[in-house]
Design a protein around this ligand. Sequence first.
Ligand SMILES: Cc1cc2nc3c(=O)[nH]c(=O)nc-3n(C[C@H](O)[C@H](O)[C@H](O)COP(=O)(O)O)c2cc1C
Length: 365
Amino acid sequence: MSHNTFGHLFRVTTWGESHGPAIGCVVDGCPPLIPLTEADIQPLLDLRKPGGSRFVTQRQEADQVRILSGVFDDGNGPVTTGTPISLMIENTDQRSKDYGEIARAFRPGHADYAYQAKYGVRDHRGGGRSSARETASRVAAGAVARKVLSSVLGDAIRIRAGVVQLGPHRIPDDALDFDAVYDNALFAASADVVPAWEAYLDGVRKAGSSIGAVVALEVTGVPAGWGAPLYAKLDAELASGLMSINAVKGVEIGAGFGSAELSGEDNADEMRIGDDGQPVFLSNKAGGVLGGISTGQPITARVAFKPTSSILTLRQTINRDGAEVDLRTKGRHDPCVALRGVPVVEAMAAIVLADAMLRHRAQMG
Ligand SMILES: Cc1cc2nc3c(=O)[nH]c(=O)nc-3n(C[C@H](O)[C@H](O)[C@H](O)COP(=O)(O)O)c2cc1C
């Protein structure tokens, strides 16, 4: 029993802990002859890496990726060889003493108690395996997945995400601008909200507290036909991939929970034939997936991240000795984990879609 692997034909296994010497992943099933260098991966890791602004953890990690295997240059530039691609990122800024208190006490809202109850042992330093440091490996694997997708679809496929709600503050659906996301420190999908959101998050941060947020995902350029009924529904696999991200407590596809309030008329994505003779949908309540299969419409999802559980406010908890204690969590933490969650959401979408594309081609030729 391991459960550290995600995917079927495009398979990602991650390894490592927050304060170990390194973290990384093995990507198996990647087709051969896809040009791949560390420069294809590093820019995406740089988007997720800590220490970039006052709104994220101040842990300073270069998050420099190394390709250890599965890529070879036979004279025409480095390409994938069809063998397992091993990627490694060294941990360089561990400060384990900050975590002395949680060696015994369980942070309320974090994984400490559950890991201890299950395994009887846990690497408490920085949260060990439950630390979102692991998501750097997902982003690295996601970069490989993007290369697989673009090897077939070129620039036609675009995978974009952004923060659309910070605590109670929500960007209206008709104001979303994914182009703005990586131009502001909050990864907000609208430049207009940034000053007010910065002031709000500064307040949260200075109070030693944290706040939840919603990240929206939009993938354009996926052709009709990927995914499969019934147990490999594309929306189910996407939800599984997104839900597996640390701190994610909700995933909705298309109209999601809002569809429960719709009538059949309002929910129907009516169809017509466009000028080019191709089908056109007049709305996208389905989020680009019907019957578990992509329709060619944008694939849309919303992902709810809970607030960071490591906060400076005293909280009631228990410790390993069975005593009731009050805990204030020290260390360096993100005041809103959804911000750095944005590149992780994009990476998981890329991994799910690369896997779906390879499986579609395996069945359909
Ligand atoms: C990008 C990212 C950064 C995170 N940073 C922190 C953090 O600094 N402190 C913390 O307590 N939790 C952080 N988390 C959340 C924990 O990793 C997560 O809550 C924990 O593993 C328990 O798992 P669960 O919330 O999925 O149940 C982060 C999550 C993400 C996605």
